[in-house]
Design a protein around this ligand. Structure first.
Ligand code: NAI
Ligand code: MG
Length: 483
């Protein structure tokens, strides 16, 4: 089934002005899935203009009562839930993930709209005291038109993680989905329009990064850019946005430590550690891909992880038995496999490698066997660089001080997982690790009600919870003289 889709600009589905298109690929088969408009400056300009009109005419922002915005966001959530199974299947075809994971993503995306619908009516300001002769109001206002550039690993969820709080704050948006996975973002546009979101409040421009994302960085009518993706593109975005002092939020990569102490409950630590690296085919910014294991239990933990990983079943994401799908694209396939070669070349030994599907229907798919490397040093490239695939690097450690030093010996600082039954050790380690998200006796939960974002090269700013709302608001002081 090959479908042709259109971009969504100013409330209408349209082709790119140039008429140019590109094909997206089903990563399980390598076959063409959809033909998609290759948007460029003209299309992005039209989308920004529509978002600007929607913002400046108060069609969505200042003149619309917060509770009306909340009602529309609730209706979008209802629309997502009503289309949940269709969206989940579309997500699987687009990015390859197992259907159960896609269902969970869609469910969380619906909840995100509900959660931020609640916040729309609760963004109260402050009244800092300034003495008897004045009243000083600090109010919150939407930042304005927001360019939202998102990746392909959780296509709808990453889009909604930005769109829902931006709309709740009263901003209007131009969403640029990843070129690999544009389909659920376009379905979201249909759902949002049916829910009564005004024209121009959400635009979706499909296409490649520089052509369809680039103009959002340089258009003076865009007030803020929020980006999730690779560090290098994040640096480029910040540099471009600096020229116009645009606000930026950057959610970038990681090489997150996963620390297994000898006193951990291994019944939780073994599967949790494996799922923390192999979940979503390893294509997770917070993947616990550097696994540090206490020397006292190193051999046992390594063999238990290999046993656990051997139960991973690769296949089409649409097959309910599948627990690992293909990686997203041919480029990602080459990239991840090249890191397996790098690991071998730099002397790491392979403790485990899985098997790829032998179904001839999947022969053209981008399946990478899950791999566990044993490394003796945190200095190897496979311990320092984000691989973004199902590759685990295991390193032994001696004591708390050593593992904290190793955990922090990285340019990144997104997440960390700590497995131990000693609460004092857990909390001391959690405080010492330089990362934005720390899990104790778990790995990867990212509740919408919580916080997301990294230290160091993992980004700037925070998403989820009230922190995301904050990122789409300006503060204004209104000082009133009373005498
Ligand atoms: P990328 O960072 O190039 O793409 C992410 C988004 O940015 C896409 O929508 C893309 O079209 C857009 N983009 C790319 N260049 C742009 C530009 N010059 N101006 C504006 N927008 C631009 O990531 P890519 O190439 O898909 O993956 C490469 C590596 O990046 C992965 O192997 C992984 O290590 C990392 N990555 C990290 C993610 C995360 O969640 N932290 C998500 C995706 C990739
Ligand atoms: Mg790229």
């Amino acid at each position: 089934m090959r479908e042709t889709v259109q971009a969504f600009i100013g409330g209408a589905f349209v082709d790119a002005a140039s008429g140019e298109t590109f094909d997206t690929i089903d990563p399980a088969t390598g076959e063409v899935l959809a033909t998609v408009p290759a948007c460029a400056a003209a299309d992005v300009g039209a989308a920004v203009a529509a978002a600007r009109v929607a913002f400046d005419s108060d069609r969505w922002s200042g003149a619309v009562a917060e509770r009306e915005r909340a009602t529309v966001l609730h209706r979008i959530a209802d629309g997502i839930r009503a289309a949940a199974e269709e969206l989940a299947e579309l997500e699987v075809r687009d990015c390859g993930k197992p259907i159960a994971d896609a269902r969970a993503d869609i469910d969380e995306a619906a909840f995100m709209f509900e959660y931020y619908a609640g916040w729309a009516t609760k963004a109260a300001g402050d009244i800092p005291p300034v003495g008897p002769d004045a009243l000083n109001l600090v109010v919150k206002e939407p930042v304005g038109v927001c360019g939202l550039i998102v990746p392909w690993n959780y296509p709808l969820l990453m889009a909604v993680q930005k769109v829902a709080p931006a709309l709740a704050a009263g901003c209007t948006t131009v969403l640029k989905p990843a070129e690999q996975t544009p389909l659920t973002a376009l379905r979201l546009a249909t759902i949002a329009a049916a829910a009564g979101l005004p024209d121009g409040a959400l635009n979706v421009v499909t296409g490649f990064g520089p052509a369809a994302g680039g103009p959002l960085l340089t258009d003076p009518r865009v007030d803020k850019v929020s980006f999730t993706g690779s560090r290098d593109v994040g640096i480029h975005i910040m540099r471009e946005c600096a020229a116009q002092l645009k606000r930026v939020t950057l959610e970038l990569g990681g090489k997150s430590p996963n620390i297994v102490f000898a006193d951990a409950d291994m019944a939780g630590a073994i599967p949790g550690t494996c799922d923390g690296v192999f979940g979503n085919q390893g294509q997770v910014c917070s993947a616990g891909s550097r696994v540090f294991v206490d020397r006292a239990v190193y051999d046992d933990v390594l063999s238990a992880m290999a046993t656990h990983a051997s139960a991973i079943r690769l296949g089409s994401g649409l097959d309910p038995e599948t627990t690992m799908g293909p990686v997203v694209s041919a480029a990602q396939y080459d990239r991840v496999r090249s890191y397996v070669d790098v690991g071998r070349a730099e002397g790491a030994s392979v403790a485990f490698t899985g098997t790829t599907p032998d179904d001839p229907a999947l022969a053209g798919g981008y399946f990478v066997a899950p791999t566990i490397f044993e490394a003796t040093s945190n200095d190897l490239r496979i311990a320092r660089e984000e691989i973004f695939g199902p590759v685990m690097t295991v390193i032994p450690f001696g004591d708390v001080d050593e593992v904290v030093r190793l955990a922090n010996d990285t340019e990144y600082g997104l997440a960390a997982a700590i497995w131990t039954s000693d609460i004092t050790k857990a909390l001391r380690t959690a405080k010492a690790v330089r990362a934005g998200v720390v899990w104790i006796n778990d790995s990867q939960p990212a509740p919408t009600e919580g916080l997301w974002g990294g230290f160091k090269h993992s980004g700037i700013g925070r998403e989820l919870g009230p922190y995301a709302l904050d990122a789409y608001q300006e503060r204004k002081q209104i000082y009133i003289k009373l005498s």
